[in-house]
Design a protein around this ligand. Structure first.
Ligand code: GLN
Length: 484
């Protein structure tokens, strides 16, 4: 059996019954990485020695008859979450030698459950992008077509899951960075409600939008990881004191009578025909399972991308002020302090990060604050209210995840605006702070995955997981694997 192909729950069964050891599973994953990684390029760091030490600890727990929920499960972590003693770069030259002295809350929670950190995955620098082409190191390839991008910014995590280079992964999502790459790589990506998962130790991009979530081979694995990473954290004052349900509990329940909103603004003239057809077919499938589609309107959708790029860049310009050559990572020489700051930032940041710092500094400057930042906040409220109104009528909302399937490397990298539009269907969810998931719902004629996005009410991940599971169990899309 090819152990690397397993998901979390299947692997756990074999491990707990001692049919497979944690070392064997880890060997299989690293062997797979050896075979495909020079083509996929999902990982920045592979801490093998530490991983084998973690596998040994898992073996002992399993042998003692005390396995935890992730004992021996190899998981990949996006390289913007701090891992104590293991380099955390954010794919930026400015953090290329940064070794965190502390652990992020999510990875400590996974650690407490016995996971094995197999590697830190590639991303667009500081999670700014939709293709991993903004990585300061290299571009990750889409396992379904190596000439194409895997999406981004969590492209490394999504590609690693799709290529079976790990059992599951974590990503972060500020405007679509979990859902869009999950869609483009044919895997499941969940962005939880803002505040559901602690951001402590997640390197900040736009703090009011960032949220850590899961990238997995199936819906159940997402629920399993959500059970572990969710909850109030004293180290993150924005994490919410909301009870954490058992996210796996409702999986398998039927969805009869559940109302699914179909926002007319997300099915626009001129959109990619294959994407539209797959999304509409997915809605029909849900209808055949007993759900009731309802046309709804989210009238401020057209302002979402602009609103996001004002607010996200404003927050980024402030968050990235801390990289000055003194406190963290890379430092360039300079004739005096100011010169050192300027050289460090000029050499340490890539073009997209600089573009956003400049844009954000402009929108926050005293003469323009009211016209841009304040206006952006007002538009954000309207977008949030659109969802509140819609959720008075429906239980969940279904849309395509991305307007296109995976595009070719280089196709959009010289046109930032085109790149920004990749997140047109995912961004509003972050602005509203609600949860959204992308699940595989079809393939284009050239065999590229297509994703369906299901959006839920605040803190109602349970329902979107239930709907996703019902869809997944009645379709075969998630079973297809890329030919690598
Ligand atoms: N692609 C969007 C951006 O470039 C979203 C990124 C993200 O979610 N981290 O900002």
């Amino acid at each position: 059996m090819d152990l690397y192909k397993l998901g979390i729950s299947e692997a756990k069964k074999l491990l707990d019954k001692k049919e497979v050891s944690a070392q064997e599973l880890l060997d299989s994953i690293y062997k797979r990485i050896d075979t495909v990684e020079d083509r996929v390029k999902a990982f920045i760091t592979l801490p093998k020695e530490k991983a084998y030490a973690m596998a040994e600890a898992s073996r002992q727990a399993i042998d003692a008859g005390k396995p935890s929920s992730l004992s021996g499960i190899p998981i990949a972590i996006k390289d913007n979450m701090c891992t104590k003693g293991i380099r955390t770069t954010c794919s930026s030259k400015i953090l290329s030698n940064f070794i965190p002295p502390y652990e992020s809350t999510v990875t400590s929670k996974l650690g407490a459950q016995g996971y094995i950190l197999i590697g830190k995955t590639n991303l667009d620098e500081f999670a700014m992008g939709s293709s991993t082409e903004n990585s300061g190191f290299f571009t990750t390839k889409n396992p379904w077509d190596l000439e194409r991008i895997p999406g981004g910014s969590s492209g490394g995590s999504a590609a690693a899951v799709a290529a079976d280079e790990c059992i599951a992964a974590l990503g972060s999502d500020t405007g679509g960075s979990i859902r869009q790459p999950a869609s483009l790589c044919g895997v499941v990506g969940l962005k939880p409600t803002y505040g559901r998962v602690s951001r402590f130790g997640l390197v900040a991009f736009a703090s009011s939008l960032d949220q850590i979530g899961t990238i997995t081979k199936n819906v159940k694995d997402s629920a399993i990881l959500m059970n572990i990473i969710s909850g109030k954290d004293p180290f993150d004052s924005t994490s919410a004191p909301v009870a954490v349900p058992d996210f796996a509990k409702n999986l398998g329940q039927d969805i009869k009578g559940l109302k699914i909103g179909i926002p007319k603004e997300y099915f626009i003239r001129g959109m990619d025909k294959e994407i539209e057809k797959s999304a509409r077919d997915a809605v029909k499938k849900l209808e055949s399972l007993g759900a009731i589609p309802v046309e709804i309107s989210l009238p401020h959708t057209e302002y979402a991308v602009a609103t996001y790029y004002v607010l996200a860049t404003s927050e980024a310009s402030s968050n990235l002020a801390r990289y000055d050559g003194v406190k963290y990572g890379f430092r360039a020489e300079g004739k005096d302090l100011m010169d050192m700051y300027m050289n460090t930032r000029a050499q340490g940041f890539g073009a997209e990060v600089k573009r956003r710092i400049m844009l954000g500094t402009f929108t926050l400057s005293s003469g323009y604050y009211d016209a841009y930042y304040k206006k952006g906040q007002q538009a954000r409220t309207l977008i949030k209210q659109d969802f509140e109104t819609a959720f008075n009528q429906v239980d969940v909302i279904a849309t395509p995840t991305s307007p296109t399937a995976a595009f070719k490397a280089g196709e959009k990298s010289s046109d930032p605006l085109q790149m920004y539009l990749s997140d047109i269907f995912t961004i509003s969810v972050n602005l509203a702070g609600i949860p959204g998931i992308s699940i595989p719902c079809g393939f284009t004629s050239n065999n590229l995955p297509i994703g369906l996005q299901i959006i839920g009410k605040h803190f109602d991940e349970e329902t979107i997981l239930k709907v996703s599971y019902a869809y997944e169990q009645s379709t075969e899309w998630h079973k297809r694997k890329p030919n690598l």
